[in-house]
Design a protein. Sequence first.
Length: 376
Amino acid sequence: MAGIYIHIPFCKTKCHYCDFYKSTDFGAKTDFLSALKKEIDWRKHELDGESIASIYFGGGTPSVLKIDEINEILHLIDTGYQLEEDIEVTLEANPDDLTESFLERLNSTRINRLSIGTQSFNDHDLKSMNRRHNSRQAINSIKGAQQAGVQNISIDLIYGLPNQTLADWETNVEQAIALDVQHISAYHLTYHEGTVFYDYLKSGKIKELPDELSLDQFKLLLNRLKSAGFEQYEISNFARNECYSRHNKAYWERKKYLGFGPSAHSFDHKNRRWNVSSLRKYLQAMEAKTSFSETEILSEQDQYNDYMITSLRTKWGISGPYLKENFDPKFRRFFQKQAEKYLTSKHLRYADDVYRLSTEGLFISDKIMEELFFIE
Ligand SMILES: C[S@@+](CC[C@H](N)C(=O)[O-])C[C@H]1O[C@@H](n2cnc3c(N)ncnc32)[C@H](O)[C@@H]1O
Ligand code: SF4
């Protein structure tokens, strides 16, 4: 079972926190779609007949595509690849694109999951992030999708925003719960170099939230979502009734995936490959049929470190038998030695030969991960 990721590299405007690869120049959209279709066709041999369990349209802003364009891409994948019958097909969507007519026509596609980029229900936050929607539009887009019959809806929220109080964040979380969605992804703001927020931070125009307030916001999130029936199955991801993101779960389980489009990543257990993060270079390479990606062959140490990062984050944890079967004994010995002090301090729990973060461990997961990393 494998996954397909499709990167749609266009945004109408750029948000102040975002460093995903995107362009605001839609002039090359038609050429991009032709190039993308070529890539989808060229790479179909890479899966050796392995079936596809999930397709994820990410970006950039996939909801800038027309329904017919989405259908053409999905049709091409359907003809070249073997799709599982109950395949999960997710579209990342911005609230301002989810118009009534778009949502109505969504039913004519195989999209069965929407990941809506709400980010906040506070107009001041939304404005400061340079989002194109306001709180009312965010709420209406979610309700509109529900009325249109989309049964699997996830929303994205960002916390740890400059000047965001605990009460502001609480209002956001309560609003998210009230909307009765199946899934919530809540990310702490990261300041990425090259973004407007990063420049504001460096020039002193905005300040990072104090660590204690960030932690209090995280704790509030965990408590409120738990009481509302959400299960935290990954540090930033929460689902009701086991409506996990199958696509992301497969990443964490280190299943194979193909990434199409500029900046998209692919993984086949032993190699990591990433497409060039330039639409111009991607188009040129597609035209000239030359290489548009770089590949890194993963050493055993890389694979062990990857396993640490992906597994520790999830409720499924780090499996003793998996370590034993897949890695040289020195890695398991190293892991056990490093894990020891966190087992004693109860930041890690051990049961059924699986190591998992405890709630306290979640709060210092970066530090634990760092210490579980094998560096020779
Ligand atoms: C590819 S992005 C956005 C998808 C879509 N274009 C949108 O704007 O809703 C996926 C998610 O990553 C999160 N994200 C992006 N940059 C972030 C940052 N610097 N800090 C925290 N979360 C971030 C946002 O919640 C965003 O919805
Ligand atoms: S958050 Fe979404 S809409 Fe905003 S710049 Fe990033 S990809 Fe584009």
